[in-house]
Design a protein around this ligand. Sequence first.
Ligand SMILES: *[C@@H]1O[C@H](CO)[C@@H](O)[C@H](O)[C@H]1NC(C)=O
Ligand SMILES: *[C@@H]1O[C@H](CO)[C@@H](O)[C@H](O)[C@H]1NC(C)=O
Ligand SMILES: *[C@@H]1O[C@H](CO)[C@@H](O)[C@H](O)[C@H]1NC(C)=O
Ligand SMILES: *[C@@H]1O[C@H](CO)[C@@H](O)[C@H](O)[C@H]1NC(C)=O
Ligand SMILES: *[C@@H]1O[C@H](CO)[C@@H](O)[C@H](O)[C@H]1NC(C)=O
Length: 509
Amino acid sequence: MMSHLQLLLLFLSGIASISQSAGREAPSNHLPTPVKAVNLGAWLVTEGWITPNLFDEIPVNKDLLDGTQIQLKSVTNNNYLSADNGGGSTIVASKSSASGWETFNLWRITETTFQFRVFNWQFLGLDDGGRLVATSTSSDDSNASHTFELVRNQEDPNRIRIKAPNGSFLEVNSDEFLIADYPEKTDWGNDDPSVFLMTNVRQLQGEFQVTNGYGPDKAKSAMTNHWNSFIVEEDFKFISENGLTAVRIPVGWWIKYDENPPRPFVGGSLQALDRAFSWAEKYGIKVIIDLQAAPGSQNVWDHSGTRDGSQSWGQSDDTIDQTVEVIDFLTSRYANRSALYAMELLNEPLAPGVALDRLEKYYGAAYEAVRKHSDVYVMMSNRLGISDTTELLHFAGNFSRSVIDVHYYNVFSSIFQGMTVQQNIDYVKKYHAASIQSLTIPNGPLVFVGEWVDEMEMRGASKEDYQRFGAAQLEVYGKATFGWAYWTLKNVQTNWSLEWMIQNGYINL
Ligand SMILES: *[C@@H]1O[C@H](CO)[C@@H](O)[C@H](O)[C@H]1NC(C)=O
Ligand SMILES: *[C@@H]1O[C@H](CO)[C@@H](O)[C@H](O)[C@H]1NC(C)=O
Ligand SMILES: *[C@@H]1O[C@H](CO)[C@@H](O)[C@H](O)[C@H]1NC(C)=O
Ligand SMILES: *[C@@H]1O[C@H](CO)[C@@H](O)[C@H](O)[C@H]1NC(C)=O
Ligand SMILES: *[C@@H]1O[C@H](CO)[C@@H](O)[C@H](O)[C@H]1NC(C)=O
């Protein structure tokens, strides 16, 4: 805890730094009323764990969407296929156990044809002798020389064969290489070197997966149905009647392209966002637009729009420039709407894939893009995967009406495993409170707890436990100068649905 003297010194040093910075745009120092917000998660950017039913009608191979990770074991030699050293050479069927080098990331080309990426992201293809190799880095859906057909056994769909680009099936030969020379005919027996056992290790369920899974003919209606039904006017009425003052709306970069986004994304989320503004204005709710998915993907999770779990946002200037254009477009479209309260430039960039200097370059340029149209608050999300949560503090302090967004979850990390309810509460009061305090400096950016949830790693907590944990978080996050936002309004997992938690008396605002 800081003493009053330390606080006073901090305050005085804040004043000193203002006078030193005379000539620069002086940060505004009147504090807003902190918002009590809720995220409209999984509405305009798909997250399948929140809305699993959205994937139900994908007609074929819905367990083999883009980014699915599979491992393959030969039935004849009982070994896993492996890209030794992570890729760059010949594939071998020689490993008795499977880990990263034995894991393949799918690109879904059609319902039954796929490209396979190895650990170091090369694509599978054949060499001149018809041998399976992982050497190509050319990423192109239409490159037939990377595209394999996956044929599943009728009775056991995890028993598969793979038809290579030259029309023959892959088989394991006596040297444990894979050669594309096996004929069509099979009895699927354990003596057939073209048969493999497939393990589905991990699936992604984001916007790329759902739209490409439905394919060009069905994606538009599936997504339109979802956008029209998942969040409706009634929800804004509920929000306004239950003590909430704002919504944080995650959007994907493809929203800028309106009706004609690059495939497989489909148009229509922009009209849904338009409706959200009208409802927000009708019920007196503020809107925070949150860029959740950026071109190239700023993190490895479903909600960054990634195709296969790779992360390349920020590595080239192109991705930064394109993202600035998205922010420019959205701000100019909504600048004259009274509900627009803040623009969040990028959600959860992940370190070390996103380097701090690249992120600051982007934040600076995107901030200017917002200011061309509007003086709304501008939010800069902290990087995840860092230990110093104040790394953006001084940078963000250069910009007036800036906000740092931090997310606090007592899940997703082994440190919370085995904690009791009281230990969870103590953790919030000690560490999250200290984190907020360390970010709160005179004339610095405002602080927003843009995501939190009344959920713990522990199972079997009682209703009263959830009430106590929720209340403790509300108390601590209530000190954040910009406010907080619950993740999320609606979720099949009831603990993660603020609507359910309010309706059932778990959370009272
Ligand atoms: C594919 O290539 C292999 C190796 O060169 C060859 O044995 C096989 O006949 C080829 N398949 C077809 C259908 O041409
Ligand atoms: C397809 O990939 C191969 C390498 O596997 C590469 O040599 C070729 O240039 C690519 N073709 C196209 C059209 O990109
Ligand atoms: C906002 O600007 C657009 C285009 O300039 C205009 O059509 C619209 O009526 C304006 N809306 C408000 C609420 O001022
Ligand atoms: C912001 O402030 C930091 C020091 O806190 C300084 O190094 C940086 O150059 C400044 N950036 C801008 C864009 O003003
Ligand atoms: C939260 O989820 C756990 C299991 O995942 C369950 O035991 C508990 O009842 C849930 N709590 C609420 C409030 O839904």
